[in-house]
Design a protein around this ligand. Structure first.
Ligand code: COA
Length: 425
């Protein structure tokens, strides 16, 4: 309902005062005149609209800078572990040694999944998409979590840590189950990244592999009010619990304009196959009116700072595995995309985003392309849960308005009197 203040500044036609159900009032509130009176007209996609505040992270798109609680990602990526970032985002500061040890112990102790959920996963069709499984099982975790006297789940920092701890276990368990293998239980002495790779393969990973995945999680941990984080905050603002809010975030992450782009970028690399095919592929895609997945960003007008770190990691991993197929193809594809997009629209350069070099990095870690979005979620859960806690700490229901542009409703038409296409208002 429009605010009273907004209506009072208008010359409201006779018979429309107040909010009575009169026909005139109804027509008035559906009219272009009323729409024009709305206090804010926003661009589609909320582009450039500030919808809230946060102390968690900041994206400075014009200069390509990303900070977590004031620390530059360029500084964090080579130096901090994912566990330190979890502490930074959830508790507001980098931990000292003791605080980090406490957090690691808690993460290690929370990794195992409830047995009934593992059993349920055994009954899922093996063709199920990993993101569908992750979203469903995360939602299912609520069924096994304690409730307070009012029957509500706790949405506190410890529930957040539990979700962060369990997410990779779900992804690794499904990875093995769908390959017809038994899931491997988590180890509490490994890092989040190391333990995930261990649960997938049964082998403790090499330090280069563990570091690469750890840095990937650091880079993905938070990104201000992106679509999935905003979805989590909207859910939390209704006082939905953290399980429901993270489930909303997971649902929002899956589309290929957001987290799904990583898997889509992988499919692109698979199709392109070799560096030589990159330019013809780009021309064909753009001529067909399609987009290059992993390129472009709503916020960054220069290269996504995370892409630089991921590209360096992709190069390093290519050396480590002794096969630069993925890296070289990705690099050629980025160059070709920039060249061709520049040709078509001079001055409007589109750069690689975080999802682009995710594809060679995760491929070289042996992770299948359709799991990339799940790995994104295993990093972003740190930010999602931080945002949910921040929202709950100073909550106000997020409920924007829309400008109604549909027909002014006519009288109800009995079904016998409707034409072959039904009846419109
Ligand atoms: N490939 C080709 N052209 C692209 C493009 C891409 N990946 N991304 C943007 N463009 C073009 C659009 O076609 C549009 O051109 P036009 O003005 O001639 O129509 C222009 O750049 C602006 O795009 P727009 O969709 O309005 O920008 P946006 O801010 O809404 O889009 C994305 C941001 C991320 C949705 C968009 O860049 C995209 O679809 N990228 C591919 C998916 C992806 O990688 N998503 C992950 C983001 S982290």
């Amino acid at each position: 309902m429009p605010s009273k203040q907004a209506t009072e500044t208008l010359k409201v036609p006779k018979g429309v005062e107040g909010y009575g159900p009169s026909k005139e009032a109804h027509r008035y509130f559906c009219s272009p005149l009323w729409r024009k009176s709305l206090p804010t007209v926003v661009d589609r996609g909320l582009e450039g609209v500030v919808v809230g505040s946060t102390q968690l992270s900041n994206v400075e798109g014009a200069i390509g800078r990303l900070t977590y609680r004031g620390y530059d990602i360029d500084d964090l990526a080579p130096n901090a572990t994912f566990e330190e970032i979890v502490h930074l985002l959830l508790y507001g500061h980098l931990p000292n040694r003791h605080q980090l040890d406490v957090l690691k112990r808690e993460l290690g102790a929370c990794r195992a999944l409830p047995e009934p959920l593992l059993n349920a996963m055994q009954n899922v069709p093996k063709t199920a998409w990993p993101m569908d499984v992750l979203r469903t099982i995360v939602s299912g975790l609520a069924l096994f979590s304690p409730v307070n006297a009012q029957g509500e789940h706790l949405s506190d920092v410890h529930t957040a840590i539990e979700l962060i701890a369990k997410m990779p276990t779900i992804v690794a368990a499904w990875d093995r189950i769908r390959r017809g293998l038994d899931p491997i239980g988590p180890r509490s002495d490994l890092s989040q990244a190391g333990n995930f790779l261990y649960m997938r393969s049964g082998k403790v990973p090499h330090a280069i592999e563990e570091d690469a995945l750890d840095t990937y999680f650091v880079l993905l941990a938070d990104h201000s009010f992106n679509a999935s984080t905003f979805a989590a905050r909207v859910a939390a603002s209704t006082r939905a619990d953290i399980y429901a809010s993270v489930t909303a975030a997971l649902a929002t992450l899956q589309g290929d304009l957001h987290g799904g782009a990583a898997s889509a970028a992988y499919l692109t690399l698979e199709e392109v196959k070799t560096p030589e095919n990159a330019e013809p592929y780009v021309r064909e895609i753009l001529n067909g009116g399609q987009r290059i997945m992993g390129m472009g960003h709503r916020e960054y007008k220069v290269r996504d700072p995370r892409a630089r770190h991921l590209e360096a990691m992709a190069r390093e991993l290519a050396e480590y595995v002794g096969d630069d197929r993925w890296y070289a193809t990705a690099h050629a594809l980025e160059e070709a995309s920039r060249k061709v997009l520049q040709e078509r629209k001079p001055g409007n350069t589109i750069y690689a985003n975080v999802d682009f070099y995710t594809a060679p990095v995760l491929s070289d870690l042996g992770i299948p392309g359709d799991e990339f979005t799940c790995l994104f979620a295993c990093g972003r859960i740190a930010g999602w849960s931080g945002h949910v806690l921040e929202q709950l700490a100073d909550n106000r229901l997020i409920r924007p308005q829309a400008s109604y542009e549909g027909p002014v409703t006519g009288p109800y038409v009995p079904i016998e009197q409707r034409g072959t296409n039904g009846a419109r208002g």
